[in-house]
Design a protein around this ligand. Structure first.
Ligand code: HEC
Ligand code: HEC
Length: 294
């Protein structure tokens, strides 16, 4: 009688097949990113600073932050999983292309106000974990604002020329001559932390001066930014440098400019002690460069 009722499809599966299915399940679970690690990486990448309005009770990652630059004002977009206002319809591959190649899903270029020239160095596994984390955010239907750019900087196709001149896509590669700690620090500074977006001087086209990496000068907002190579940083002891990066206190009791205050709040104060030590070890290992005129 049973045989008549139970449709063949749900008959018990042979044990071997069940094992295979389980294996497949485990594999897909591991191929997907780890959202908890992704949260840490989002902090190390300071994503929230540009992707949330600068006001009380702001919705994290719902966009709206105004980023003033000499080229005009950019507005960080909504990157919550809302299917219309955010990036809910994106695939993981869309996200990886955006971060690694600075391209929209439709192939158009992003403006480098989105620091993909640094984020391109993020490792594949970390990109997958970041994506997994973004998928866990509550969707927000906050609509994006158009950027307000000076002529002709609003033309996305001009970014093609900019990228050709100044953008080298590809993940960070460790320098095997350096210690693991210094390499970890280099990765945090160059890739996730995107410290050079402010601390490396730019030419008149907004391209980073490669031979002046982290030598200071003017930040994207046109205000002065200090040299992070030992020329300037050696005046701070390790304890003072750590204090600055964790709590924003300077030896003379000053409060850092807000641009850095935000990096301290969102990023450097959130790093594990090991990662912070690695970041400092890397800065200490840089070749000293003369201060860039401000
Ligand atoms: C310095 C500011 C800044 C930081 C930091 C930043 N972003 Fe963005 N991001 C932008 C801007 C500006 C755009 C829009 C660029 C454009 O329209 O061409 C953008 C675009 C994006 C997009 C594409 C959204 C869309 O609708 O097309 C994604 C995805 C994204 N950012 C993810 C991230 C992640 C993940 C992080 C942290 C690891 C991050 N961003 C950190 C400024 C920033
Ligand atoms: C949005 C721009 C911006 C980014 C991104 C940024 N900084 Fe800064 N940083 C500044 C500014 C502006 C100051 C100057 C603060 C002051 O003197 O009031 C500064 C100061 C510093 C100082 C103090 C130097 C000194 O001589 O006293 C250190 C150290 C530093 N930054 C490290 C970093 C690291 C590490 C990163 C990446 C994780 C980073 N910064 C990313 C803008 C930025």
């Amino acid at each position: 009688m049973d045989a008549e009722i139970v449709p063949p499809r749900i008959r018990p599966m042979p044990a071997g097949m069940l094992g295979l299915l389980l294996l497949a399940l485990i594999e897909t679970t591991f191929a997907q990113g780890d959202a908890k690690r992704g949260l840490y990486l989002a902090k190390a990448g300071g994503c929230i600073g540009c992707h949330a309005e600068d006001k009380k009770n702001t919705v994290p990652f719902a966009g709206g932050r105004a980023l003033k630059t000499p080229f005009g004002t950019f507005y960080g977009p909504n990157i919550t999983p809302d299917p219309v206002a955010g990036i809910g319809r994106w695939t993981e591959a869309d996200f990886i292309r955006a971060m690694r190649h600075g391209k929209r899903p439709n192939g158009a270029n992003y403006f480098p106000a989105f620091p993909y020239p640094s984020f391109t160095r993020i490792a594949d596994t970390d990109l997958r974990d970041l994506w997994a984390y973004l998928r866990t955010l509550p969707p927000s239907n906050r609509a994006n604002q158009e950027h307000d750019l000076r002529f002709p900087f609003g033309w996305r196709f001009l970014v093609t020329a900019w990228k050709w001149l100044f953008f080298t896509p590809g993940p960070f590669e460790a320098d095997l001559k350096l210690s693991q700690t210094v390499n970890r620090g280099a990765y945090l500074v160059q890739a996730l932390g995107h410290c050079s977006e402010c601390h490396t001087p730019r030419n008149f086209l907004g391209g980073p001066k490669r031979d002046r990496f982290l030598a200071g000068g003017k930040g994207p907002d046109g205000k002065g930014v200090p040299n992070l190579t030992p020329t300037k940083l050696k005046k701070l002891s390790d304890a003072e440098l750590k204090d600055f990066l964790v709590s924003g206190t300077t030896p003379d009791g000053d409060v850092p400019a807000e641009a850095m205050g935000e990096v301290i709040r969102n990023t450097t104060s959130q790093l594990t002690p090991e990662d912070l030590a690695a970041l400092m070890a890397y800065l200490r290992s840089l070749a000293p460069l003369a201060n860039e005129p401000r």
